[in-house]
Ligand binder design. Structure first.
Ligand code: BDR
Ligand code: CA
Length: 324
């Protein structure tokens, strides 16, 4: 049976690849998408999610999330993801709106509809999941498991000197989610930068995406090529060479298959007060806090195997017959 997932994302170039992977993978079924402001403002994220869902044949509700983070001012990464969030890609207009239901309410409704079955996948800031916990504090027990792309535990940040984007955009929300989910029957799985940055696309992967677009004519394959080109340009300008760190798909594939990385338990919290380190995810390796581990963190990533799996899944799933 396919794994039902609720995907909360700030689409976003690597979020888009993750959505395409989920649509393509026979063992995954997207039951809902929450649009969270992050890489670009929430309206642009929502539009991207609506269009991608339509083109990928994802027949599930897409709900618009909150306008801003819980406490701090919004910030956006259009230098990284492009002004509309998908680099150089030009998207058609969506043919539906997503309706009035909020992102937080979608979390609650889907979790209540199928207690213990839904996997939560957070690929953006935690704002809407934190708001959902205010409506339904039992979410940690209603979900099957939560998987998170976020944090930089033993790694430099990619936003602040020590903070990772998804946490830095809304540290209060992330802190609340990690704290409340410490009571979950299964510890949430976090893929932090030290894991996800081991997945680096080079020209070889860009060529595979271009070949996919060429052979399938699938509109999403072309969107991903145009988006990835922008992502490469950003990484090159940022000093990483002609390549791109592709974060969200690794966490997504691990959630679906349990493969491509190991996990280890760790107590992790979010720094809210630091003048230099606000938004940092701090891991208590030596048990100094006297707390039980609240997360399983991804470790020992096998990037080569993962990248091959991702491309093979996309090549099979975005075949011409599945073009929307
Ligand atoms: C995370 O931030 C976003 O820019 C990416 O989509 C990913 O979810 C990486 O820090
Ligand atoms: Ca993301």
């Amino acid at each position: 049976m396919a794994l039902p997932l609720l995907v909360d994302c700030d689409t976003g170039i690597d979020d888009a690849i993750a959505l395409a992977y989920l649509a393509a993978h026979p063992k995954a079924r997207v039951s809902g998408i929450v649009s969270t402001g992050g890489n670009v403002e929430v309206g642009a994220v929502h539009r991207n999610n609506l269009v991608l869902a339509e083109l990928l044949g994802i027949d599930a509700p897409v709900a618009r999330g909150a306008e801003r983070p819980l406490v701090q001012e919004p910030m956006y990464a259009d230098d990284t993801h492009g002004p509309g969030g998908l680099g150089h890609a030009v998207l058609p207009a969506p043919s539906r709106t997503g309706g009035p239901r909020s992102g937080a309410q979608l979390w609650v409704d889907l979790a209540r509809e199928r207690p213990g079955e839904l996997t939560g996948l957070v690929l953006g800031p935690h704002t809407n999941l934190a708001l959902a916990l205010e409506i339904e504090p039992e979410l940690p027990r209603l979900l099957r498991r939560l998987h998170i792309m976020g944090g930089a535990i033993h790694h430099r940040g990619n936003t602040g000197a020590t903070s990772e984007w998804n946490i830095a955009v809304d540290p209060e929300a992330a802190q609340r989610v990690l704290s409340v989910f410490s009571s979950a029957p299964q510890r949430p799985v976090m893929g932090a930068l030290e894991a996800t940055e081991s997945v680096r696309f080079t020209q070889r992967e860009l060529d595979r995406f271009a070949a996919l677009a060429e052979s399938t004519g699938h509109p999403v394959a072309q969107i991903l090529v145009d988006a990835l080109r922008f992502y490469f340009e950003f990484h090159e300008a940022d000093g990483f060479g002609w390549s791109a760190h592709v974060h969200d798909p690794l966490v997504t594939a691990h959630a679906v298959t349990g493969d491509f990385a190991g996990t280890r338990p760790l107590a992790v919290d979010v720094e809210l007060a630091g003048t230099l380190t606000r938004g940092q995810t701090v891991g208590d390796e030596l048990g100094r806090w006297g707390r039980e581990p609240n997360l399983e963190v991804l470790t020992d990533v096998r990037p080569g195997e993962f990248i091959e799996h991702l491309l093979t899944a996309l090549e099979a799933g975005l075949a011409p017959a599945s073009a929307g």
